[in-house]
Structures are given as structure tokens and as C-alpha cells.
Write a protein that binds this ligand. Structure first.
Ligand SMILES: Nc1nc2c([nH]c(=O)n2[C@H]2C[C@H](O)[C@@H](COP(=O)(O)OP(=O)(O)OP(=O)(O)O)O2)c(=O)[nH]1
Ligand SMILES: [Mg+2]
Length: 139
């Protein structure tokens, strides 16, 4: 019998922001680039938490890098553990308040302000349906 070593899945902690407009009516979603992981899916802005970075600092930095806007990171909404085929993620999701700047599609292909109801019309990564559920429960 041969023992085949299965490499462990990569694991990443991801900071994710639900960025509300000033009236708290709409949130920002962005469309991932047409290549790479989850190409073309719509998501909430965010990315990998770097060593020695706290979640709030990560979300603030990622939103700035991806959309060129300043946000204030607020309450925690939900943390979701999800396994994709080759990757395990923990999505640590916080509400954010838009402070300044006009969102620009820097590291994504499109940006939209949508209501929570509108979210059903966009293709989101599997893990995100729990975020949508949490938003519906808590509004
Ligand atoms: N940002 C974000 N990532 C999500 C969401 N839902 C979801 O499953 N993910 C997954 C997809 C990716 O595997 C991972 C986030 O990675 P990312 O590609 O945004 O990371 P990053 O901004 O640091 O990008 P990079 O270093 O690869 O350029 O989390 C979501 O709503 N927003
Ligand atoms: Mg990202």
C-alpha cells in the first residue's frame, strides 16, 4: 500500500467590510477581476489579514487599496468559516461607514451601491450567503 500525503489546505483570515453609505440605505459591492480565484463574482471589499495587523486595520487598508475611499470600521457582523476546493477561509465581517472619497475600481472591475434586497441579483461566493442572511436578520 502506498501512502499518499495530501497537503493541508491553505488557510487564510480575511477582513471584509460591509460599507454603508451616509444614509445607511445602500452598501458597496465590487466585482472581482475576470481572472484568478472567484473571477467575476461580486463580493464585499476585503482581503488577507497581514501578520501583526488587527482586523479593523486590515479592512480599512483593503478598502483604501481596492476602492480608494476612507471608511470607519464599526461593529462586527459575523465570522464565517468556509472551505473552498483548495482554500479554507475565515471571513471576519464588520460594518463600515463611508467617510470620504468617490469609490474607484482600482483592484476590481466594477463597483455598485446596492440595497440588501438587491443582493439577490448578483452572483456572490458561496460563503457570502451567510453574510446576506446576517444582514437581513439584523436590520
Ligand atoms: N474580499 C472578499 N473575499 C471574499 C469574500 N467572500 C469570499 O469567499 N472571499 C474569499 C475569496 C478569497 O479566497 C479570499 C479573499 O481574498 P482576496 O483575493 O480578496 O485577498 P486580497 O485582497 O488580500 O488579494 P490578493 O492579495 O490576492 O491580491 O476570501 C468577500 O465578500 N470579500
Ligand atoms: Mg481583496
Amino acid at each position: 500500500m502506498t501512502n499518499v500525503a495530501i497537503p493541508p489546505k491553505k488557510y487564510r483570515r480575511i477582513g471584509v467590510g460591509v460599507v454603508w453609505d451616509r444614509d445607511r440605505q445602500r452598501i458597496l459591492i465590487d466585482r472581482r477581476l475576470p481572472e484568478g480565484e472567484l473571477a467575476g463574482y461580486w463580493e464585499f471589499p476585503g482581503g488577507k489579514i497581514e501578520p501583526d495587523e488587527d482586523v479593523a486595520a486590515c479592512i480599512k487598508r483593503e478598502v483604501q487599496e481596492e476602492l480608494a475611499i476612507e471608511v470607519e470600521v464599526g461593529d462586527h457582523l459575523i465570522t464565517i468559516d468556509h472551505e473552498y476546493e483548495t482554500l479554507k477561509v475565515s471571513l471576519i465581517v464588520h460594518h463600515c461607514r463611508h467617510i470620504s472619497g468617490e469609490p474607484q475600481a482600482i483592484a476590481c472591475s466594477e463597483i455598485l451601491w446596492v440595497t440588501v434586497d438587491d443582493l439577490d441579483s448578483y452572483q456572490l461566493p458561496a460563503a457570502n450567503y451567510q453574510i446576506v442572511q446576517a444582514l437581513r436578520n439584523k436590520i
